[in-house]
Design a protein around this ligand. Sequence first.
Ligand code: GAR
Length: 189
Amino acid sequence: MHHIAIFASGTGSNARKIIEYFKQRPEVTVSLVISNKQNAGVLEIAREHGVPTLHIRRDTFYGTESILDELAAHHIDFIVLAGFLWLVPAYLVRAFSRRIVNIHPALLPKYGGKGMYGHHVHEAVKAAGETETGITIHYVNEEYDEGAVIFQARCPVEPADTPDDIARKVHELEHRHFPEVIAGLLSGD
Ligand code: GAR
C-alpha cells in the first residue's frame, strides 16, 4: 500500500485528477494534501474528497524538519508536486530520495527554473514563437526543475494560439498523463 502526499500552491486541477484516479485503485491512496497558501483551491478539493490537509509556513518548512513527522504520521512514502511553487528543501529531498516527482508545464530543459511557473511559462513559449510545447514529469532534486526526466508529452502550438490556449492544451496533457505516470512508478515497488 502506498500513501501519497500532494504539495500544491494553486487551483489544484492536477491534484483533483490524481485523487480521483487513485480512488479507483485501492493499492494507492492520496493521504495528505499540503499547501503553502491557506486559501488555495487545492485545499478545498482535498476537503471535498475527505483528504486531510496541511498548511505550511515558510519559517517552519525551511527552518525545521517538522514536516517529516507530519509525513510519517500519515505513512507517506511518495510525494507529488502539482503546481507547488516553493523550492523543496535539501532535508526533504534527502529523506525522499527519488520519491518526489514534479510536473512542469513545458518541455524541460526549456522554460524551467526559478520564476518559470504557470502562465509565465506559456507566455515565454508564445513569445519565443515555439511550434510545440508540452509537459515534463521529473524527479525532484535541490534545484528548480533540474531532476532526472521521467516522462514528456508534446502538443503543437499554432501561430494563432494565445498563452491561454497553450495553457489549456498543456493542462489536458497533464490531466491525461500525470496520474498514470505516478501509478507506473509506484507499481514498480
Ligand atoms: C500546472 O500546469 C503545473 O504544471 C504548473 O502549475 C500548474 C498547476 O495547475 N507547475 C509549475 O509551473 C511548476 N514550475 P493546477 O493547480 O490546476 O494543477
